[in-house]
Ligand binder design. Structure first.
Ligand code: PMP
Length: 431
């Protein structure tokens, strides 16, 4: 097949008119489909309906006999910490269970590092002479970037390679003492879906950092969110950091937001013993203790790690067909045209499309006019600015399979139409 770049002016115009006609027909259907955020669908939430009746009347005591209705238990119940130990890559005594949002824990860790410092021996980031900066793999998670923006942390974009960030660039940037941290979504990354390689993990754990108080914000949000039978595993970042002589480098986060209930899950933190002590000292000023009834509810419902993996299989059965549908629609309309590349993720919540350079905003606009709402173009870059204006994040989990099919056909059309219009305009200016 010839790519659209190979077409002569007449053929290009003819194709553009045809695709425009298809787009108009699509728009005339008057659809209203939201593909903006990686939210679980109602059917996925239904999988955890059994939790709504838990822990049940009278069942409010932990294994140790602690009354979960009362205050206290800042670190979380030991049986809950044990349940998540293999996911967090740390023994139960180096895990903290928070309330429902891991993003809130990341926010807290960043704010405490800014205002209290990462230890007693070192000044808070905000009181040191330079402006603190974070390394931000791109495309990345917009809410990570929003936290940095909120607190005036400079963001330093680094491209992802398909198996983690470009480590030569990361090492160069990390040598600067003002660079205090780095966002990482190491497995089924949001939105590229990539899994960081062992080599990348080893280099992150062992690299020289100019700042002695540098921290990896290790957001393992999709640790158990597989889309195929292959359950990808990554090396243990806490162990690698310890082996490399940097035992306190990584703050590890995860949650059950996309395991059980997105608004009523459990958020988890794990790190070195020193960092857990630091965390608890700060957290103890913020709360008297977490929601332990929800913790008991989770243990009763998931039971053990096998129960958790089984539950994730049920999610996979619901959402993998949606991902396949998007990929089929993109392939059908765009394969061989040379206008876009897209990921085929084996886990996580997103498909990432690189449309033709300079067209992503136009694609989002065309889709919106046709009733399909996409994540704003640029959202996957710091400050919402995609220098290439090409990356689109598709979130297929929430709409129904039928809606996902329709929306993806429309999105593929918009990507093609935007590229054709760009080519036609370029030809008109430069015949
Ligand atoms: N991290 C990443 C990478 C995410 O994609 C999301 C959800 N979209 C979150 C964190 C939010 O997690 P939580 O619900 O635990 O706050």
């Amino acid at each position: 097949m010839v790519t659209i770049a190979d077409l002569n002016a007449d053929d290009l115009q003819t194709l553009r008119n045809k695709v425009l006609g298809d787009y108009e027909a699509f728009r005339a259907r008057g659809l209203q489909i939201d593909m903006t955020r990686g939210k679980p669908s109602p059917e996925q939430l239904d999988l955890a309906n059994g939790m709504l009746a838990l822990p049940g009347n009278g069942d409010h005591f932990s294994e140790a006999g602690e009354d979960a209705r009362n205050y206290g238990g800042l670190q979380g119940l030991p049986e809950v910490r044990s349940l998540f130990s293999s996911i967090m890559g740390a023994p139960a005594d180096r895990i903290v269970v928070g309330d429902n949002s891991s993003l809130a824990l990341m926010h807290d860790c960043l704010v405490w590092s800014l205002f209290k410092g990462v230890s007693n021996e070192i000044e808070p980031w905000s009181q040191q002479s330079g402006t603190p900066a974070f390394i931000c793999p791109v495309p990345g998670y917009d809410r990570h970037f929003a936290i940095c923006e909120e607190y005036g942390i400079r963001m330093l974009p680094v491209p992802l390679t398909g198996h983690g960030p470009d480590m030569d660039m990361v090492e160069e940037l990390a040598a600067d003492p003002d660079v205090k941290g780095m966002w990482c979504v190491p497995k089924y990354s949001n939105p590229s879906g990539e899994v960081y390689s062992t080599e990348v993990l080893e280099r992150l754990a062992s690299m020289r950092t100019g700042a002695p108080d540098f921290r990896l914000f290790w957001d393992n949000a999709y640790a158990v969110h597989h889309l195929t039978v292959h359950r990808h595993e990554i090396a243990n970042i806490l162990d690698l950091c310890e082996q490399a002589g940097n035992p306190d480098r990584a703050f590890v986060f995860a949650s059950t937001s996309k395991v059980t209930l997105a608004g009523a899950g459990l958020a988890l933190f794990a790190s070195s013993a020193v960092n857990v002590k630091w965390y608890l000292a700060r957290a103890g000023k913020r709360t008297i203790g977490p929601d332990k009834l929800n913790q008991i509810r989770h243990v009763r419902f998931l039971k053990n790690i096998d129960g958790l993996h089984q539950h994730m299989e049920a999610h996979r059965a619901l959402i993998a067909p949606k991902f396949n549908t998007v990929i089929e629609a993109l392939e059908k309309r765009l394969a061989g045209t040379g206008v876009a590349n897209w990921t085929k993720p084996e886990g996580g919540y997103f498909i990432c499309v690189d449309a033709m350079e300079g067209t992503a905003k136009h694609v989002v606009d065309l889709a919106r006019q046709a009733g399909v709402v996409l994540t704003p173009a640029g959202a996957t870059s710091p400050y919402g600015r995609d220098p290439h204006d090409r990356t689109l994040r598709l979130a297929p989990t929430y709409p129904s399979l039928q809606e996902v099919r329709l929306a993806s056909e429309g999105i593929a059309l918009c990507i093609l139409l935007a590229a054709l219009e760009k080519h036609c305009t370029a030809l008109a200016h430069n015949p």
